[in-house]
Ligand binder design. Sequence first.
Ligand code: SF4
Ligand code: MG
Length: 320
Amino acid sequence: MSTLLEIRNLKKHYPVRKGFFGKQAGVVKAVDGISLSIQTGETLAIVGESGCGKSTTGRSILRLIEPTDGEIVFEGVDIRKLSPEQMRNFRTKMQIVFQDPYASLDPRWTVQRTLEEPFRTYERLSDTELRQQVAELMEVVGLSPYHADRFPHEFSGGQRQRIGIARALALKPKFIVCDEPVSALDVSIRAQVLNLMEDLQDQYSLTYLFISHDLSVVRFISDRVGVMYLGKLVELAPTKELYDQPLHPYTQSLISALPVPDPDAKRERIILSGDVPNPQHPPDGCAFHTRCPAAKAECRTVTPQWKEVSPGRSVACLLY
Ligand code: SF4
Ligand code: MG
């Protein structure tokens, strides 16, 4: 496997102001020094509670929001150094599927118009060719090309997400950020959409960054998982190892909340005390110490370093 994407020390900090024109009163470190690499053809999931910075990470990698610091090296090119014109060409390789297919599709546009938009932006095609391209795309995602002149509201939620996926696929990208792509869908159709995404991955050699708060979905779809807490990665591991033997106390609590397939197998649920701290004032030392069942005195003052504890497994916790 080769590395498709390498992220080094990625940061996105937001200034917090008092009032609209007020003085800067602080900073929220939404993403605070994430480093990881993504291999060609794999699905790397990022999990964590809402507000942990996982969506901001995905959008920063695509430069849909501009990172504050760090390197994003895609196929050997640091894309943060690209001019807007160069970045425009690079965008064809990196796409995103959003959580809410309804909000991300223009309700006044037919599917035909939505799906031909990427071709109009990047390629010169005749009307016949546009029709043909859209028909092919619709078939690829399991929709009937005869419905190309319909509007988003005429489709079900699952079908709308298929349109969102088709739009992401239009320009034959290599990498897709999937930002909670099934969270807004009925449980009954999630598996269909996930299966479709897996099929498309194989068919088109796609690499996914799969962002989700749902650990059952992540277990199904991902090869490796990164766990985020308050803007930082706390653990990264191959999926099976992470679920079988989570190392970080935060990961342990997330896994303990999952239903156990075998009703006789006992697993103690670890309930965390307290809420996620205000990201504007993260705790000193280990940011998780206010909720960690394993916290020691030094966790309040010493910041755990990110380190590889066994091949392919990294964790940031003073216990290791
Ligand atoms: Fe818990 Fe300390 Fe590890 Fe943080 S460093 S996760 S507080 S044991
Ligand atoms: Mg896969």
